[in-house]
Design a protein around this ligand. Structure first.
Ligand code: NDP
Length: 430
């Protein structure tokens, strides 16, 4: 699409649409105005006089933007149907992400991570429930979710802000994790809500920063929102992290240690050095030596973060302390699987029954068993930013892939046994 500058005269089309001069005057000085992104203003406004002009006055209702990027095309990794890694295709010039509501922000993505959820969303996991949300929020107008861009988190730069955005401005370096219904971040640009992001830590690179937002927001939802952990009351409490060597585990251990908790974690033998270096007080090899017997011999836990699910959840419930004060929070819940298998409503009913069973399991074991899911959280990201800047939390990056090697990054995550995060450098196409 071409960019058409304009000058002076009221756009005939806008006047026809009743946007009067006094009510809708917008004066902007800009080098280049793109009519598509300016919404109501159309190419009908172009004239030879306009093209010759260097100062442009736009009459008519400017939609949501307080600045303008000029990007109309972007490169992105897309899928056009659900399946495996082979479905990922690199599209060089797809329609660029654009702001559609006042509190949105267009960001240039410098780096993004690949999370297990991306791999699972690629084969359709969660599609029924997520599509309902996509349609509700206007992210799926065509009746199909394809082409779909995956990627939930990013580190990048603000390009353009909606007119309701007060906290950020063009040029700010930001990071964050997006709600699952939004088009993703495995692309040159992404649109985010101002509530999903914060300023990026100044002391780390984008490829390091991108490893943190999704796992940080999920851990925050699990430990703080659902688990009701508070920094000022955390010191000395006993936390068990099931699965300490992955993305969530490596972040959770660091958060808990920086708040003065006593942390026990389970991991493979080869990851014990890693989790110990992050601060874990006790590391239990889950593959050898009877881990449940070892854990059962320890003092009871105040809080358990379960990233494994299945039988681990019920076995861990027996390690909880008293009902009033101890909680097991699992991030492996059947919500999305149930709606995929049964449809959204029956799936939600089955999920409620599953939740009831887990509550009873908690009651039986003397504690409370709860589920948590990832929730975007800009203010949590800001707290985490400060913790990174004061070296309390470090990014744990296993490998960075160039932008053109996204399928290899997905393969790496699919194969499991990760020791930290897999990151994509979107500015490196080598
Ligand atoms: N509900 C939600 O919103 C979210 C759910 N999740 C879920 O949480 C889980 C963990 O996520 P994430 O940390 O990002 O995943 P990762 O793939 O980064 O890490 C998983 C880690 O767990 C280890 N592991 C595997 N089995 C066990 C076991 N039985 N005991 C202890 N450790 C084990 C793996 O290493 P190894 O196999 O070598 O031991 C690996 O290091 C995933 O299932 C993910 O889908 C994640 C984010 C959000």
């Amino acid at each position: 699409m071409t960019s058409l500058p304009m000058f002076g005269n009221v756009c005939r089309k806008c006047r026809m649409h009743g946007h009067g001069v006094m009510s809708s005057l917008r004066l902007r000085i800009m080098n280049n105005v793109n009519h598509e992104t300016m919404g109501k203003v159309t190419p009908i406004c172009a004239s030879p006089v306009a093209i010759a002009s260097s100062i442009k006055v736009i009459w008519g209702p400017v939609k949501y933007y307080s600045s303008y990027s000029g990007a109309t095309k972007m490169s992105a990794w897309q899928i056009h149907q659900y399946g495996r890694t082979e479905e990922l295709s690199f599209v060089k010039a797809t329609k660029a992400a654009t702001i559609k509501s006042p509190n949105e922000i267009l960001v240039k993505v410098h780096a993004a991570s690949v999370n297990p959820i991306d791999v699972r969303m690629m084969d359709g996991y969660g599609r029924k429930l997520i599509n309902v949300l996509r349609a509700q929020k206007g992210f799926m107008k065509s009746g199909t979710e394809f082409p779909l861009i995956l990627g939930r988190d990013f580190s990048g730069t603000v390009i353009e802000t909606g007119r309701g955005v007060k906290k950020f401005q063009a040029g700010d370096e930001v990071w964050g994790a997006l709600s699952p219904e939004r088009p993703g971040t495995h692309a040159e640009y992404a649109v985010v809500s101002q509530d999903e992001i914060s300023l990026k830590p100044k002391n780390i690179m984008h490829t390091e920063a991108a490893s943190i937002p999704y796992v940080a927001a999920t851990t925050w939802a699990a430990l703080c929102t659902v688990g009701e952990l508070r920094e000022h009351k955390a010191a000395g409490k006993r936390l068990l992290v099931l699965g300490g060597s992955g993305g969530i585990g490596t972040f959770a251990i660091q958060l808990a240690k920086s708040w003065g908790m006593h942390v026990t974690t389970t991991c493979s033998g080869d990851a014990i050095d890693l989790v110990t270096a992050l601060g874990a007080d006790v590391a239990v090899d889950y593959k050898t030596g009877g881990p449940w017997r070892q854990l059962g011999q320890m003092s009871k836990f105040d809080l358990i973060l379960d990233t494994i699910g299945g039988e681990s959840t019920s076995r861990a419930a027996s390690l909880l302390g008293s009902w009033k004060n101890s909680k097991l929070v699992t991030i492996v819940s059947p919500i999305l699987k149930n709606s995929d298998n049964l449809g959204v409503l029956p799936g939600l009913v089955k999920t409620a029954l599953n939740a009831g069973v887990d509550t009873l399991m908690g009651l039986k074991s003397g504690g409370s068993v709860r589920w948590a899911v990832f929730m975007p959280n800009g203010s949590a990201m800001d707290r985490v930013r400060r913790m990174v800047e004061s070296d309390q939390i470090k990014p744990i990056v296993q490998e960075v892939f160039p932008f053109l090697e996204v399928p290899a990054a997905f393969e790496k995550v699919s194969n499991g046994h990760l020791r930290g995060k897999i990151v994509i450098n979107t500015t490196n196409s080598a």
